[in-house]
Design a protein around this ligand. Structure first.
Ligand code: ADP
Ligand code: ADP
Length: 234
């Protein structure tokens, strides 16, 4: 089913003559188990759409839901808690906590969340194994390569078993081969673990790993292209 949904969402920046509509009446839903790439020229509204879906930015008009619950109108504390427990984030710049070791970084979303749910050690072990992070657990982010740091970011994004993972140019700071590995991981994990992965990218090669490619132009959806699973694997 649909995990993340924007309905008739618009986002305006500025007032009067300086008004700009970053998003205009956008309706789009994202399903479980699907890896979607959002593409489009610079300034077309990609970041704004991702921020609105993640509750990081409030739309001027419209509705945004996560697993059927409305996010628009919730206060910052409630949104922060929902992000920590139901969403994962992977950014171009890794955003790891420099003073924490790798294991602490992976556990951070759980340590910070208010909910007292028991930590799933087996799931953590699976992520560490799948992402090849075992040798680095006691090290600091600065001791790792960019590709290794992005793998830590992926583990951290998934540790709370989020409904949706947002990836903002996740390969932007990686070499080609490492970027491919990270994309392959996101794609496999979305399918096997039934996550919805939403990735913003301007890189067509990165987008080729997605099951669906959505194009934005001037704050509107200009194309929405589903792709066959066969095309994703090649
Ligand atoms: P993209 O991610 O596709 O490059 P953005 O979502 O960042 O596009 O921006 C869409 C439009 O909204 C652009 O015209 C941009 O200048 C404008 N915009 C984005 N964020 C802000 C902001 N904080 N203040 C004013 N305008 C903004
Ligand atoms: P990039 O690495 O692609 O430049 P940023 O690191 O600037 O992206 O983050 C993009 C946006 O996401 C920013 O608006 C930032 O406030 C927000 N953000 C960054 N880290 C987190 C996080 N861990 N949880 C929620 N939002 C975050």
């Amino acid at each position: 089913g649909v995990v993340s949904q924007a309905t008739r969402v618009s986002r305006r920046y500025g007032e009067g003559a300086g008004t700009r509509w970053a998003l205009s009446d956008v309706t789009i839903g994202f399903e479980r188990g699907k890896f979607t790439a959002i593409m489009g020229p610079s300034g077309s509204g990609k970041s704004t759409l991702m921020h609105v879906l993640a509750g990081l930015d409030a739309p001027t008009r419209g509705s945004v839901t996560l697993e059927g619950s409305e996010l628009v109108g919730l206060n910052d504390d409630a949104l922060t808690e929902i992000r920590r427990t139901h969403m994962g984030f992977v950014f171009q710049s890794f955003n790891l906590a420099p003073t924490l070791d790798i294991r602490e970084n992976i556990r951070l979303p759980h340590s910070l969340s208010r909910k007292s749910a028991p930590y799933d050690e087996a799931w953590e072990a699976y992520l560490i194994e799948t992402l090849g992070l075992q040798p680095y657990l006691a090290q600091r982010p600065s001791e790792l390569s960019g590709g290794q740091q992005q793998r830590v970011a992926v583990a951290r994004a998934l540790v709370n078993k989020p409904a949706v993972v947002f990836a903002d140019e996740p390969t932007g700071n990686l070499d080609l081969a490492t970027g491919r590995e990270v994309l392959q991981l996101l794609s496999t994990l979305s399918r096997e673990q039934n996550y919805s992965v939403i990735m913003v990218t301007h890189d067509a090669t990165a987008a080729s790993y997605a099951d669906r490619v959505v194009f934005l132009a001037d704050g509107c959806i200009s194309k929405d292209i589903p792709k066959s699973t066969a095309a994703t694997i090649s």
